[in-house]
Design a protein around this ligand. Sequence first.
Ligand SMILES: Cc1ncc(COP(=O)(O)O)c(C=O)c1O
Length: 475
Amino acid sequence: MHKPMPEKGCESSEIFAQLEAFKTCDPQYKEGRVWSLVYYLDEEHSAFIKEAYHRYACENGLNPGAFKSLKKMETEVISATADILNGTDEVCGVITSGGTESCLMAVKTYRDMAKAERRVKKPEMVIPTTAHVAWFKAAEYFNVRIRLVPLNKDFKPDLKKLKKMVNRNTVMILGSAPEYPHGIIDPIEEMGAIAQQKKIPLHVDACVGGFILPFMEMNGESLPRWDYRVPGVTSISADIHKYGYAAKGASTITYRNLDYLRYQMFVYEDWPGGIFASSALLGTRPGGAYAAAWGITRYFGKQGYRSLAVKTLDAVNQLKAGIGSIPELQIIGAPQGPLFSYRSIDPDVNIYAVGDQMDASGWQVNRNQHPPGLHAMVTAQHLQVVDNYLHDLRAAVATVKQNPELANSGGAATYGMMAHVPLRGMVKKKVLEMYSEQYRAGGGEMDIAAAGPGAGGEGLLDKLVARYVQRKSRG
Ligand SMILES: Cc1ncc(COP(=O)(O)O)c(C=O)c1O
């Protein structure tokens, strides 16, 4: 049943009260208990981005010739981004609504470029297994076949295999700085050399790392090169709404020069509504998000971002050391940025059961799969909760070790079982069914947190596994 629109309008105070009330069922991120999704610092910072957003909430960046203020802000944000990414004056780009839009645009650009310049008819892209899911979405949307590069033992892409996968249909190669699942920076210099040798564009997905790795390096951290200093790199996505601490709805996609960017543009000259041109996916572009993105780069400046990077890395190092001192656990690979994941190396300690215990202690910890693990996206705010987190993690491991049967109940059982459901097509079909159910007219009661591994909840998967078990028991 649809809930009808109210006949009469309400007082704004009443609406604001309701909006605040809705928040009680959301993750309580202000105490640093959430390890994904939000980049919260403090109330002063929050008030600043809200105010900047609010001042341009009605303005539209669709047409750069109309709201010149927004175009100016966009140009300045792109210049600042090119600066921290060590680009030349030729680096150009666009603000997008988020990381996914930036990734989608890179695929569209390189597909169209290969079509126009090399007559490629069956486009393919070569991407590591750890590429963000946005790239899989882009491949599906733009009909580009994926060649998936397997990982070595260090969780970095196997470059020999990568090289072999590049062929005349390849429109782009992808590397990440860092990849999301384990926080590992792909070997971009080596990938750049392959890209140059094969004359194929190389995109670096720095959606999550783009606004922190440069400041870590400025602080003296020794990191592998991954930005425009690497000759083969032709474009980079970097999100301001992640470690740039902007309001939601702001990422950047930049290209080494205009020869690439022009393939991202869309122009339709025969529309009855007039000649239409657009620089990225959206039509209407939210002025508020651009104002907040522009504002935050001025609010912090390089010094502010560098000090946030110091705090973040301090938290990351303390967490990694603490986890490293728990004999049952191991950090996966050698992550160098603000994210990492860890797994169990003790057969009696089920890592998903550890996750359940952490949830029960009030943390929101994401699950990884292939291999099973727990994930942490660390911000400067987490520095204040490191000790509590490690205390609860030690207790969680001890509880699971003493009660190995915990692996057979709750989320642990669900995730464990999911990894063993052999028919991945069936998993996909059922998840789609349940997801659609939540979006049917009138909206089902959404169990939003339970969308799948990594989303942090179990409800939807529980149902899925129950159906699978039912089906199996029926033979
Ligand atoms: C490496 C990487 N690429 C792309 C994305 C997608 O970004 P968004 O969620 O803003 O669409 C993410 C999100 O975490 C990411 O980590």
